[in-house]
Design a protein around this ligand. Structure first.
Ligand code: HSE
Length: 302
C-alpha cells in the first residue's frame, strides 16, 4: 500500500461527570493522507509542527516500534520505518477540548496499521494511542465511534461502547481562545471526598443511560459534575454567560467539552438547537457555534 487517507472524528471527553473515562465521537472530522516518501514532508499544519515531533509522526513511529518489538519476541523479521508525506486537512480546532491530539495519535497509529497490513487488535490500537495521550477517554471514541467508557487496568485500556439516542443534538460552542489541557489538569483537585466519588459514579452511570434512552430529565440532572467543572470554569471566562444563554434558549444539559474551552449544550429538538445556536452567535459573534450529531463509526480509512 502506497497511499492511505484516514478520516478521524472530534471527540468530547468527560461529558460532565465522566472525568477521564467517558467520551463521545462527534460529527466533525479531520482527514489525514499518508504517502510513502523519500523524506518526511508534512502539509496542512503550522510550520512549527512540520517535523519529527508532530504527534501524528510520533504515533506512527510508536506503532512501528511496537510491531518490531513483538516481531523480535516471536523471531519474525523486522520492518523498517518508512518516511512519509502527510497531508492534514483538519476541521477539529487545536486546544479547544475537542480531542485534536487524539485525532493525531489515532491517525498515526491507523496509518501504521494500514501500511503494516492490519497486525494490531483493537485493544492494541487503543493501548498505543493511550500511551501517547495519557488517558483513553478521547482515543476510545475516536477509534471506535459513539459513546464509550474506558479505564486503564493492568497497564491496558478497557473500553465499553454504548448506544446514543439519535435525536440528541450537541450545540458545540468553540470560543476564540484556547485552554491548554496541561493547565486545566493542574486546577483539578488530586484528592476528593467520598461523597464526591459517590456523586460522580451515580451521575456518570445515569448520564450514560440518559444518553442511550434520550431521557431529557435524567440528562439534565446527571450532566452535573463536582470533580472538574467547578474548578475549570474559571479558565473559561465566558462559561457562566454561555451556560445562561444556552439554558435560557432551551438546552436540557450543559457541560465543558474535555478540558475546554469548548462547551456543549444538548437538546433533542432540532428547532431548539437552532434557537440556542442563534442566541449564542448573537451573544458571542467571535465564537464558532456548531450543531453536531454523534459519529457512530469512529476513525476509518476512506
Ligand atoms: N479527560 C481529559 C481532561 C480530557 O479532562 O483533562 C482532555 O481532553
Amino acid at each position: 500500500m502506497k497511499k492511505l487517507k484516514i478520516r478521524v472524528p472530534a471527540t468530547s471527553a468527560n461529558l460532565g461527570p465522566g472525568y477521564d473515562c467517558m467520551g463521545l465521537a462527534l460529527g466533525l472530522y479531520s482527514d489525514f493522507t499518508f504517502e510513502k516518501s523519500e523524506r518526511l514532508i508534512i502539509e496542512g499544519c503550522p510550520e512549527e509542527f512540520r517535523n519529527e515531533d508532530n504527534l501524528v509522526v510520533k504515533a506512527f513511529k510508536k506503532a512501528y516500534e511496537y510491531y518490531n518489538k513483538k516481531a523480535g519476541a516471536q523471531g519474525s523479521a523486522q520492518v523498517s520505518l518508512p518516511a512519509l508525506k502527510i497531508l492534514i486537512e483538519s476541521q477539529v480546532p487545536v486546544a479547544r477540548g475537542l480531542g485534536s491530539s487524539a485525532t493525531c495519535t489515532v491517525a498515526g497509529v491507523l496509518a501504521a496499521q494500514g501500511f503494516l497490513g492490519n497486525p494490531f487488535t483493537s485493544s492494541e490500537l487503543l493501548m498505543l494511542c493511550t500511551e501517547l495521550e495519557g488517558h483513553p477517554d478521547n482515543a476510545a471514541p475516536c477509534l471506535f465511534g459513539g459513546l464509550t467508557a474506558s479505564f486503564m487496568e493492568d497497564g491496558m485500556p478497557h473500553v465499553a461502547s454504548f448506544d446514543c439516542h439519535e435525536d440528541w443534538r450537541y450545540v458545540t460552542v468553540i470560543p476564540d481562545y484556547e485552554v491548554k489541557t496541561s493547565e486545566a489538569r493542574k486546577v483539578v483537585k488530586q484528592d476528593i471526598r467520598l461523597s464526591d466519588g459517590v456523586y460522580s459514579v451515580s451521575h456518570a452511570l445515569c448520564m450514560v443511560k440518559a444518553l442511550e434512552t434520550g431521557d431529557i430529565s435524567l440528562l439534565g440532572y446527571s450532566c452535573r459534575d463536582v470533580l472538574h467543572e467547578p474548578y475549570r470554569k474559571g479558565l473559561i471566562k465566558d462559561y457562566d454567560s454561555v451556560r445562561e444563554v444556552s439554558l435560557d434558549s432551551g438546552a436540557d444539559a450543559f457541560f465543558i467539552s474535555g478540558s475546554g474551552s469548548t462547551m456543549i449544550a444538548m437538546t433533542r429538538d432540532e428547532e431548539v438547537a437552532e434557537k440556542i445556536q442563534a442566541a449564542l452567535r448573537t451573544a458571542f459573534p467571535a465564537f464558532d457555534v456548531l450543531i453536531l450529531e454523534a459519529c457512530k463509526e469512529g476513525a476509518a480509512v476512506i
